[in-house]
Write a protein that binds this ligand. Structure first.
Ligand code: ADP
Length: 433
């Protein structure tokens, strides 16, 4: 069995997943958070079917049983799907730094399984948000790569330093296996210059590496490939628009499997209306707020990144809460949803024009996978572009990739659950062979 450990580190937390790569199943996952605070928290979940020692229970289902009655079927599927229930543990303890966090994680594996002796990870894959223009593929982490990631912190001060702390601590915890960095920006390194260039002073742009990089690339790439697979067409033949709508959100135009346009820019602030981020805004607003309201640059940064978007418009950053409030007649919440879907529809139209022909539009991430309302409203009235959603299919809560467009829709519209951890694990494994 081949396992890969996937680590996604922030400045005060990290998430991890141990993935068994032959069957691509998650064996365990966890979250270590509040690192550096008085009290830290660690949770560890062992997936159903994974025993304490890490041996997956197999249940013998004979052909005769499998072909038997409905009631037998029910009991068979119960047995095969949940030989053990999923088990979670939580701890509260001081976790002064990431190194201590990895010690807590290793202890959780020892105590609750699966055994890392039986499932030795062949590699550790690290999510790194910003790879600048330097990194365009999975990269084995060396000291010089660590220096480059550190140096790119200037472009991603909120993200890269945390990733680096996680990398350093993970290398201490797993010194004998390769560590691979997977960059959110890498998938967008195929953007053409006309898409990544801002129309500002060219010398300044070059000196300060000001250009559009794009983010959520791991998800956009995963979904684009999954959509082509769903259509049973080679990814090279398909023009796609991928809508990744989570707390953060971005749109990507994909031609022949390559990103050719995306809505996030030099930082993950540009583009769509998000949970707490404004997305596109006239930069003149910032000058105005500075001159008239006296906000300094750090206050403006906080305002746009953490106090805007749905939160700024309604006081609620979670779209579910905004929808509930809108349904009960709250005016600002209704307006916020209007602004959210108006922006989204604008991007769909823009990327349709950039691609010239669109075969498939895919919704993914928390909002994209769960909100029938957003999906319907973002694409309503686009029948003339060959986009027609089937309301019943859209309302279905079936899990997994599914079609929500009508049979007579020229453009196929899909919901594709994203799985960034699996994609990181796949890319990590492909890098280390
Ligand atoms: P992240 O960007 O943090 O990875 P996710 O992709 O998990 O986020 O998406 C989380 C967001 O998805 C939540 O903030 C919530 O607003 C939204 N969401 C989840 N389910 C629904 C739903 N049924 N309707 C609307 N929004 C939803």
């Amino acid at each position: 069995m081949t396992a890969v450990l996937v680590v996604n580190s922030g400045s005060s937390s990290f998430k991890y997943q141990l993935i068994e790569m032959d069957s691509e199943t998650t064996l365990a996952s966890g979250l270590v958070e509040r690192i550096g605070e008085l009290m830290g928290q660690a949770s560890h979940t062992v997936m159903a079917g994974v025993s304490r020692t890490g041996v997956t229970e197999t249940v013998d289902v004979s052909a005769a049983d499998a072909a038997a009655s409905v009631s037998l079927h029910t009991s068979v599927s119960l047995v095969t799907e949940t030989p053990y229930p999923e088990s979670s543990t939580e701890r509260e303890l001081p976790i002064p730094d990431h190194t201590a966090g990895f010690a807590v994680m290793l202890e959780a594996f020892r105590e609750h399984g699966p055994s890392l002796v039986e499932h030795v990870p062949v590699a550790v894959g690290h999510r790194v948000v910003h790879g600048g223009a330097r990194f365009h593929e999975p990269t084995v982490i060396t000291e010089s790569v660590e220096r480059d990631i550190d140096e790119l912190s200037g472009l991603a001060p909120l993200h890269n330093p945390g990733a680096l702390q996680g990398i350093t601590a993970a290398i201490e915890a797993f010194p004998a296996v390769p560590h691979v960095a997977i960059f959110d920006t890498a998938f967008h390194q195929t953007l053409p210059p006309e898409a990544f260039t801002y129309a500002i002073n060219a010398d300044l742009a070059e000196r300060f590496r000001i250009r559009r990089y794009g983010f959520h690339g791991t998800s956009h790439g995963f979904v684009a490939r999954a959509a082509a697979e769903y259509l049973e067409r080679p990814v090279e033949d398909v023009n796609q628009i991928v809508l990744h709508l989570g707390n953060g959100g971005s749109v990507c135009a994909v031609r022949a499997g390559r990103s050719v346009e995306t809505s996030m820019g030099m930082t993950p602030l540009e583009g769509l209306v998000m949970g707490t981020r404004s997305g596109d805004i006239d930069p003149g607003v910032l000058f105005h707020l500075h001159r008239r309201a006296g906000l300094d640059v750090d206050e403006l940064d906080v305002l746009l990144n953490r106090g805007s978007g749905l939160l700024g418009l309604t006081g609620r950053g979670d779209l579910r809460d905004v929808i509930v409030a809108a349904d009960s007649g709250d005016g600002p919440s209704q307006l916020a949803i209007d602004v959210y879907v108006h922006r989204l529809k604008g991007y769909v139209g823009s990327y349709y024009a950039q691609l010239g022909r669109v075969d498939v539009i895919s919704f993914t991430a928390g909002v994209g996978e769960n909100s029938a309302l957003v999906r319907a409203r973002a694409l309503e009235g686009l029948e003339a572009l060959g986009i027609r959603i089937d309301p019943e299919r859209n309302a279905s809560r079936v899990r997994g990739p599914r079609r929500i467009s009508a049979d007579d829709s020229a453009v196929t519209v899909l919901v594709i659950p994203t799985n960034e951890e699996l994609e990181i694990a796949r890319q990590t494994l492909s890098k280390v062979g």
